[in-house]
Design a protein around this ligand. Structure first.
Ligand code: ADP
Ligand code: ADP
Length: 227
């Protein structure tokens, strides 16, 4: 579903060049839940931004279902909206919108009726166990509940790929476990592929596979998770 080869990325810092990715290859299969692991500074965010089509300024090639990743902002934006979902560490919900409005938001760009958008958003919120919180704004929800809204928002348009950046890092362990189970269950049910950057051993141990980055390169050594 996703393949990338010889991905390289440098950042310029004044007169210096920092190599964030030194040539990484990988293949991610449909429906797989892959953990992207590695110490701080190893290149996880850089790779996520590239796989999430947020950064088009890199060397190497990447394909989604055989289609080359767009290199132009406009094309990337269109493909991102139709095919990708995002989950962030700090939830990133829109504060002035209710839970159902947040979840319906990715559908506002589609040509479907308001009624159908509302139904789809409601169904997704029910799937994450928040059917009683449709009209709540984020400030009235716990961190775990906000992250559940964010997952519903990431999945509502049935994206092929969901990119998650440390989705459990801001949560207590009970909420984190709930989030992990919801991602696994919905991923299987909807056939969604997940790439998840994580430091969380509970999250990593629930993934089908790990990609380990060290200094901008993929390491073949398995990390020992003491979860
Ligand atoms: P991780 O997500 O694993 O912490 P990053 O992808 O954020 O790693 O960073 C990889 C390397 O690139 C690090 O050395 C980091 O300092 C550097 N880097 C990341 N973003 C920038 C930037 N905007 N400008 C300069 N250097 C950066
Ligand atoms: P942090 O690493 O500070 O926890 P996030 O996990 O929220 O940040 O974001 C990870 C990356 O995704 C960043 O490079 C950021 O620019 C980008 N990003 C954050 N929020 C959004 C958004 N709502 N839409 C698109 N890109 C985003």
């Amino acid at each position: 579903m996703l393949s990338f080869s010889n991905i390289k990325k440098d950042y310029r810092l004044g007169s210096q060049t920092v190599q964030a990715l030194g040539g990484v290859n990988g293949e991610i299969h449909p429906g797989e839940m892959v953990a992207l692991c590695g110490p701080s500074g190893s290149g996880k965010s850089t790779l996520l931004n590239i796989l999430g089509m947020l950064d088009m300024n890199y060397q190497g090639s990447a394909f989604i279902d055989g289609t080359p990743f767009p290199r132009k902002v406009k094309e990337a934006t269109a493909l991102r909206r139709s095919s990708l979902g995002f989950v962030f560490q700090r939830f990133n919900l829109i504060p002035v919108m209710t839970a159902i409005e947040n979840v319906a938001y990715p559908l506002t760009l589609n040509k479907i009726s308001t009624k159908v958008k509302k139904e789809k958003a409601e169904q997704m919120l029910a799937k994450v166990g928040l059917e009683d919180f449709l009209q709540y704004r984020p400030e009235r929800l716990s961190g775990g509940q906000q992250q559940r809204v964010a997952i519903a928002r990431a999945l509502v348009h049935q994206p092929r790929l969901v990119i998650a950046d440390e989705p459990t890092a801001s949560l207590d362990s009970h909420s984190a476990n709930t989030i992990i189970q919801i991602m696994k269950t919905l991923g299987h049910e909807m056939g969604t592929t997940f790439v998840i950057a994580t430091h969380d051993p509970r999250m990593a141990s629930q993934c089908d596979r790990h990609i380990n980055l060290v200094d901008g390169l993929i390491s073949s050594e398995e990390i020992q998770w003491n979860a």
